[in-house]
Structures are given as structure tokens and as C-alpha cells.
Write a protein that binds this ligand. Structure first.
Ligand SMILES: Nc1ccn([C@@H]2O[C@H](COP(=O)(O)OP(=O)(O)OP(=O)(O)O)[C@@H](O)[C@H]2O)c(=O)n1
Ligand SMILES: C[C@](O)(CO)[C@H](O)COP(=O)(O)O
Length: 240
């Protein structure tokens, strides 16, 4: 039987770290080579035919989303919350709620969660993640091993940022998205983590708090998150 696999794109952030003077819109609506990052993220997910639909979670007052042509099998939900975890949880709840209404049963689908701020997802990475998780019936995420020496910083008496400690990088990976999990397990894990007030910055950390050990599937550098102002130009060069 084919697995029901749908995508969720949390797109309810403002991109405060990417802010520059004159930018009017949240960063997911900024263009990379003439196309918004959100549209690029949607297209990247469509590259795998196993993705049955893409569900985007945006802020209640978001008017930018109405200006985009998102194509078929894309659904917009006004479900953004105060944190990324709230947005993913509420969007997932909306999707599973409507599925249950349509089917009258508890579905057994998989949720593939991907940042709107990662327009450089390569189709080979997406395929590798989906293949690994479905074959092993286990949730997982794209990630990269830390390539550099890692320092913990401290602010000293002269208010200078300096090194407190070097952290051994063995076994350290940088988490990316997409992250793929059984949809109901993920919703349960996110809700519990939010209720407990845990600091959850990705889906995997909610699943870890629930006792799971997600697979790490090697991604690629092009799948970086556009976070700082200089990242836009770097992404434009990569995707040119
Ligand atoms: N309350 C929030 C916060 C973030 N996101 C989404 O989560 C993804 C990754 O977050 P990040 O890059 O940190 O985006 P922002 O929160 O917008 O950035 P910043 O922290 O710089 O404000 C983005 O697609 C962003 O739109 C969301 O849906 N809801
Ligand atoms: C989900 C994520 O992109 C994985 O790296 C990241 O955790 C998002 O976190 P942020 O705090 O919103 O940048």
C-alpha cells in the first residue's frame, strides 16, 4: 500500500534576523532570482511525486500569500502561532482534522515539514530522506555533520565576545529540513512539548522529547536556511 505523505511548510515567521532597511515583507516572500522563497520551497517539495499535497501555515493577517500563484495541491491555512512549533502543530492539526472529517477514520499518514526559508532543497536529498524513513518505518531529518571547530562564546569583563570553551565536534550534526515523521506521533509530540514549555526549534526535538531517536540523513549545503541579510545573495548564486 502507498503511504499517504503530505508536506507542511511553516511560513508564519517575519524573518527578523534577515531584516534590512527598506524590506517590506516577511522573508519567505522575498525573491531569489525572481521567485519568492516560499514558491521555491513548494516547488522543491513537488519534485517527489510521493508528496500528495502541500499545506502552508501563515499568519492570520498575511496578505502576501494571496498574491502568489501556488499551483495545484497546495492549501493555505491561517494557523501561524507565536513560535515555529506552534505554527507546525496548528497546521498539522488543521490537516489531520479535515482528513478525519473526510475519511471518518484516524489516518496513518506521514508529515514532511519544510521551512519556507530553505529554497535550495535538492531533489536527491528529498528522495534520500523519504526513501530512508519509509523503508525503515522511522522518522528522520536531513542534516549535515559539523565541518568546523566549534567554540562556546562568553562575553568578558571588557564586553568582548570571546571563547569560553572548544566543544568536541565528534557526533555533532546541523539539523536541516525537511523532517519526516508519522503525522499523528508528531502532532502528539509537538502538543506535549508545547504544553510542557519545552524549547522546541524543530520537529525532531519534539520527537526526541517523546522518546524517539530520529534518523539523520545527510543533506547538502545548498539547503541552508536563509537567516541573515547576506544569505539572500549567496542563495541567488547557488540557485542561478
Ligand atoms: N512563529 C513562527 C516562526 C517561524 N516560522 C517559520 O519557520 C521557518 C524557519 O524559521 P526562521 O528561519 O527562524 O524564520 P523566522 O522566525 O521568520 O526568522 P527570525 O527568527 O529571524 O525572525 C520559516 O519558514 C518561518 O516562516 C513560523 O511558521 N512561525
Ligand atoms: C527547523 C530548523 O530549520 C532546523 O535547523 C531550525 O531549527 C529553525 O530554527 P530557527 O530558530 O527558527 O532558526
Amino acid at each position: 500500500m502507498t503511504d499517504n505523505l503530505f508536506a507542511i511548510i511553516p511560513a508564519g515567521g517575519v524573518g527578523s534576523r534577515a531584516l534590512t532597511a527598506g524590506r517590506q515583507m516577511p522573508k519567505q516572500y522575498c525573491m531569489i532570482n525572481g521567485v519568492t522563497m516560499l514558491q521555491l520551497a513548494v516547488e522543491a517539495l513537488r519534485a517527489d511525486a510521493r508528496v500528495s499535497a502541500v499545506h502552508i501555515g501563515v499568519a492570520a493577517q498575511d496578505s502576501w500569500i494571496d498574491t502568489l500563484n501556488l499551483g495545484s495541491r497546495v492549501h493555505v491555512h491561517r494557523t501561524a502561532g507565536p513560535t515555529r512549533a506552534h505554527t507546525v502543530s496548528a497546521t498539522l492539526q488543521a490537516v489531520l482534522g479535515s482528513e478525519q472529517r473526510e475519511q471518518g477514520i484516524r489516518g496513518d499518514g506521514w508529515a514532511l515539514v519544510h521551512d519556507a526559508a530553505r529554497p535550495g532543497l535538492q531533489s536527491a536529498s528529498l528522495t534520500a530522506l523519504v526513501d530512508a524513513c519509509l523503508e525503515q518505518r522511522r522518522g528522520g531529518l536531513l542534516a549535515l555533520p559539523v565541518p568546523d571547530t566549534v567554540k562556546r562564546a562568553v562575553v568578558d569583563e571588557q564586553q568582548q565576545i570571546c571563547v569560553a570553551q572548544t566543544i568536541p565536534r565528534d557526533g555533532l550534526w546541523l539539523a536541516q529540513t525537511p523532517q519526516l515523521f508519522p503525522a499523528h506521533d508528531l502532532l502528539d509530540a509537538l502538543r506535549t512539548a508545547i504544553e510542557k514549555g519545552l524549547d522546541i526549534t524543530d520537529e525532531a526535538s519534539a520527537m526526541e522529547a517523546a522518546g524517539f531517536s530520529p534518523l539523520l540523513v545527510r543533506g547538502s549545503a545548498e539547503n541552508m536556511k536563509v537567516t541573515w541579510p547576506a544569505d539572500f545573495a549567496m542563495m541567488e548564486r547557488w540557485l542561478a
